[in-house]
Ligand binder design. Structure first.
Ligand SMILES: Cc1ncc(C[n+]2csc(CCOP(=O)(O)OP(=O)(O)O)c2C)c(N)n1
Ligand SMILES: [Mg+2]
Length: 344
């Protein structure tokens, strides 16, 4: 190497992930988590069309925001109070493809609820993923309570909760964030802003472009981030985690994401979103963006990428086969956990 080349090499900027303290292996794991989540999600739609999955609510387009935030956490130590689009988040925290499919098929061995919850109402005790209600924003209150308990016990655990931008119109959200601000709780609220609450656009939910503008009103830090960029989300999440652990209090993150599918399998977004808007979504694929980054940085080849896709696809196949073969819940315990039971 000439002296001039040596000089250039030493001043070359380190890749973005390295500058953030993320190893190449870690970044490839994040990519794989996003890929597996996308593959599971797509399969869920197929199963729905086959009449096997009763209801689909999808995280496609949200994966980078979720995996970027999860990468800043310690699975099994920190807590997640998720919402229904958090498939990639839950995968990144330790939920397996099989766990997920057992819930889709409502089997008795489904670790989320033994087949009692709706699909995508995630929970996994071992990964500290807390079950959620279908009533939007209620999980934010649970998260604030868990953060309060962690602080009271002198633990350094951090709690993340997620919801959509439309759900921030609910009083629960205000109450939880106000409480978290007052008590400076180790809480991170990740709002996944996908422009719509079913068919209602953001401009009819709030008078600001970013819900993070409200952080100041709760006495907490706030950040708005491109939720299609896993590295950008990791950077703000890592800051927030550091703040939470060091007693600096909560953070409100607004991650701008794209909702690729209709709200759920029960609506058709072509009826309320203009065609050009739907076409523009295709240029906002977070998976594609991370793939391009990995290819550009020489961390992945096309052949390796193909292999990752095949492995994820095989993992989904295996999960579906296992879940279909798993036993149905016993009708005799239908009312368990629903009504109070007499204790002998
Ligand atoms: C209290 C309550 N009101 C209405 C609903 C029906 N609902 C389910 S999801 C949803 C939209 C939520 O939109 P947003 O918070 O933006 O999240 P997104 O689905 O876009 O990710 C609504 C209105 C509900 N589940 N709970
Ligand atoms: Mg929304």
């Amino acid at each position: 190497m000439s002296e001039e080349e040596q000089g250039r090499a030493s001043t070359a900027p380190s890749p973005r992930h390295a500058a953030l303290g993320l190893s190449s292996d870690r970044l490839l794991t994040m990519y794989r988590q996003m890929m597996l989540s996308r593959a599971l999600d797509r399969r869920m739609w197929v199963l729905n069309r086959q009449g096997k999955a009763p209801f689909v609510i999808s995280g496609q387009g949200h994966e980078a925001a979720q995996v970027g935030c999860a990468a800043a956490l310690r699975p099994g130590v920190d807590w997640l109070a998720p919402y229904y689009r958090d498939l990639a988040f839950c995968i990144a925290m330790g939920m397996t493809a099989r766990d997920f499919m057992l819930a889709v098929f409502a089997r008795s061995t489904d670790p989320a609820s033994g087949g009692r919850q709706m699909p995508s109402h995630f929970s996994l005790r071992s990964a500290r993923i807390v079950t959620t209600s279908s009533t939007v924003a209620t999980q934010v209150l649970h998260a604030a309570g868990i953060a309060y308990a962690a602080r009271a016990r002198g633990l350094d655990e951090v709690v993340v909760t997620c919801l959509g931008e439309g759900s921030t119109s609910k009083g629960d959200w205000h109450e939880a964030l106000n409480f978290a601000g007052v008590h400076r709780l180790p809480l991170i609220c990740l709002v996944q802003d996908n422009d719509y609450a079913i068919s209602v656009p953001r401009r009819l939910q709030m008078g600001v472009d970013s819900v993070a503008d409200r952080a100041r009103g709760y006495g907490m830090a706030g950040a708005s981030v491109d939720g299609g960029d896993a590295l950008a989300v990791y950077a703000v999440a890592a800051d927030a985690v550091e703040r939470a652990r060091s007693g600096g209090g909560p953070t409100l993150i607004d991650a701008k994401v794209a909702r690729f599918t209709s709200h759920s399998s029960d609506d058709d977004q072509r009826r309320y979103r203009p065609r050009e808007e739907l076409e523009a979504l295709l240029r906002r694929d977070p998976l594609e963006r991370l793939r391009n980054y990995l290819l550009d940085e020489g961390l992945l080849t096309d052949e390796e990428d193909e292999r990752v896709q095949q492995e994820c696809s095989a993992e989904v196949d295996e999960a579906v086969t296992a879940a279909e073969a798993a036993p149905q819940p016993d009708a005799a315990d239908l009312e368990r956990h629903v009504f109070a039971e007499a204790v002998e």
